[in-house]
Design a protein around this ligand. Sequence first.
Ligand SMILES: Cc1ncc(COP(=O)(O)O)c(C=O)c1O
Length: 422
Amino acid sequence: MSLAERDSKVIWHPFTPQKGSPLPVGIVKAEGAYLYDEAGKKYIDGISSWWVNLHGHSHPYIADKVSEQLRTLEHIIFAGFTHEPAVQLAERLLELLPGEQTRVFYSDNGSTAVEVALKMALQYWFNKGEKRTKIIVLADSYHGDTFGSMSLSSRSAFTQAFNDWLFEVEVVPVPVEGKEVEAVEAIQAIVNTGEVAAFIFEPMVQGVAGMQVMERRALSEMVRVCKDAGVVCIGDEVFTGFGRTGKVFASEFLSTKPDIYCLSKGLTGGTMALGVTTCNQTIYEVFVSEDRLKTFFHGHSFTANPLACTAALASMDLLMRQETFAAIQHISNRHFDFYTKIYNHPKVKAIRHKGTILAIEIKNDEETSYFNNIGQTAHEYFMDRGVFLRPLGNVLYTLPPYCISDADLDEIYAALEGFLNS
Ligand SMILES: Cc1ncc(COP(=O)(O)O)c(C=O)c1O
């Protein structure tokens, strides 16, 4: 029996209908930008395995560092204990993050990094003894799948079964081209109520919304409006962090910086699960008290896992090399050339590009949604050609690992163009 057949008897996969879905692909090995299935077929990983991989799979440098750490200290409770990888990673992140961040709080995935940020922002007001009840989010946002992060995300088919249990949020337009004024005015109006506790947003690019690219001046203005009113601004860089948009963090594009950041995905170079929430001194200070009720009561068993922190440190060594940023710039240039080439293709409704991210929205007669057939048809077409892409409904996109070769980028572009012409 194949791996895929054995799997189909015992496993329940994420975001996968349990009837009518094809068998999963059994992967036996991954190296660089390639995945190898159990039948020996090779695929180019065009989406960095759900946006996590930066330097290629099974990277020997990261593998060596993690394996050394595994023999020294694999894990330890993080309440009352600390260790070198956690301290060093915190030191390096604080140095790199834009906007004078001073504290790092560890968790273990993107959704928990968001939960921590939200709880920090709400308890900030609680500890200060001020009642602020509103939370502002951008339309079409996605912040994760736990209840708090789902509440902050757009209501959709994904959340339908849970909508009655999600808390209310204030939704403002995304500051994309043409909506800049509307978005800034909308946020100003809500902030003027004086009841807003926090504003959470994906800086510059909304991933799950189909790689929507925002106007940086308008987004900066929205953050400034909030900060002027003392509203806690949370930059969810779970997807955009670590070079994806061409800068180390997408918030570098903004003239006003968030108070809190959420990080995960590329944090460990895609090697291990790790979440980080950071904050500035203004937020942190209200938790520093002799009153024990002002403690931040949150933690996970695998908080600051030493292996994951080590993977993150190794990934950061690789990320900060000059050649990595040259590679990111090269991918961005190649994306732009392809963007220009297919901009006027009759099937293209819109095309979006930021750094290593390229997205093509296809014209669609059916209702535009995640559930239209284009996504699945396109996915099968790409997989047949040995290119792994996982469209978001009628939005085809690629965001490859930074180590991808020109020849493999050519393969991805040819597959995208081939599908458009099919
Ligand atoms: C912006 C953003 N925030 C949070 C998350 C949730 O991360 P995780 O899947 O690790 O829980 C995601 C996942 O795609 C994301 O794109």
